[in-house]
Design a binder for this molecule. Structure first.
Ligand code: PBG
Length: 323
């Protein structure tokens, strides 16, 4: 071929490169995670996640307005209750921290912001596991009822999308059935379909006070070594009625994002998790990397792999950089 074919012709100028860009990031792709804590005033910094905070309920309206003004379309809410118990009862309390936060946001900005809620037990249980515990075992089926109640309490409070992140078997089906029975047949389910037992969640567990008091999550979250198993997980969630499927974390699992998109052609989300954020922030602070360029490269790689949506703590910065 050489010298007839010269790849560099198409890289010659800024404008030509822009015309031929295959992957672009838009504000529409971004979902910003926020932590809401009951019983505090103001906002509390999360040490390993610079610029991320636990917000008091009284802070949520200002936060929602800022996010809307940046042009971000969606948030995902995580709740930290004032009191935790073995059954995680604040997870499905009608006046729990998340239903109240949804109320604040919807009162303030209405439908200008799509409100997604994380549906899980680990922030609400005193043992920190994602389900009902008996001895050292996390029980699958008894947990399903509680997750369905939690999803229903979020739906009743006005959430737009519920996002189960627990990795119990059958939870998408149980939640779908409960929502439909209660008249929420239009409620969207975004399932954390392929969620790995990952060390990249380290900073999140401090952010949400959800460190398991014994054992770990490997009995329900996936082994990082497994890819075929992830495809089965995603398949099952789709069969049970998931509308959007998620791969989590993002960067060490780009192969899964790619395979899931290729195989199922579903709306696909990827969670650029707390540890991924913390590494970038730490390196940028030291001056080892250029933060804006590295974050945009990360966003691009997640989209190029096949994600339609990116849950990311960088969302506000990305929105600002996009202008
Ligand atoms: C709750 C949940 C976790 C994250 C999202 N939902 C923690 C976990 O499973 O241990 C992690 C998010 C992040 O690290 O940014 N189950």
């Amino acid at each position: 071929m050489f010298p007839k074919k010269r790849m560099r012709r198409l890289r010659r100028t800024e404008k030509i490169r822009a015309m031929l860009k295959e992957t672009t990031i838009s504000k529409n792709d971004l979902i910003y995670p926020i932590f809401v804590e009951e019983g505090i005033e103001g906002r509390r910094a999360i040490e390993a996640m610079p610029n991320q905070y636990r917000l008091a309920l009284g802070e949520v309206r200002d936060e929602a307005r800022e996010i809307v003004s940046l042009g971000i379309l969606a948030v995902i809410l995580f709740g930290i209750p004032q009191k935790k118990d073995a059954a995680g009862s604040q997870a499905y309390a009608k006046d729990g921290v998340i239903p109240r936060a949804i109320g604040e946001i919807k009162d303030e900005v209405g439908d200008d912001l799509v409100v997604i809620t994380d549906v899980c037990m680990c922030e609400y249980t005193d043992h920190g596991h994602c389900g009902v515990v008996e001895g050292e075992k996390v029980l699958n089926d008894p947990t399903l009822k509680l997750l369905a109640r939690e999803a229903l309490s979020h739906a009743s409070a006005g959430a737009d999308i519920v996002a189960p992140s627990d990795m119990m078997d059958g939870r998408v089906g149980t939640i779908r059935e409960t929502l439909d029975k209660e008249g929420f047949e239009d409620m969207i389910i975004m399932s954390y379909a392929a969620k790995y037992a990952s060390s990249f969640y380290g900073p999140f567990r401090d952010a949400a006070d959800s460190v398991p008091s014994f054992g770990d999550r490997r009995g329900y979250q996936m082994d990082p070594a497994n890819a075929n198993e992830a495809m089965q997980e995603v398949y099952l969630d789709i069969e049970e009625g998931a509308d959007i499927v998620m791969v989590k974390p993002a960067l060490s699992y780009l192969d899964l994002i790619y395979r899931v998109k290729q195989e199922f052609a579903m709306p696909t989300a990827a969670y650029n998790v707390s540890g991924e954020y913390a590494m970038v922030k730490a390196a940028a602070k030291k001056g080892y990397v250029d933060e804006e360029r590295i974050v945009m490269e990360i966003m691009t790689s997640i989209k190029r792999a096949g994600a339609d949506l990116i849950l990311t703590y960088h969302a506000k910065d990305v929105a600002r950089w996009l202008g």
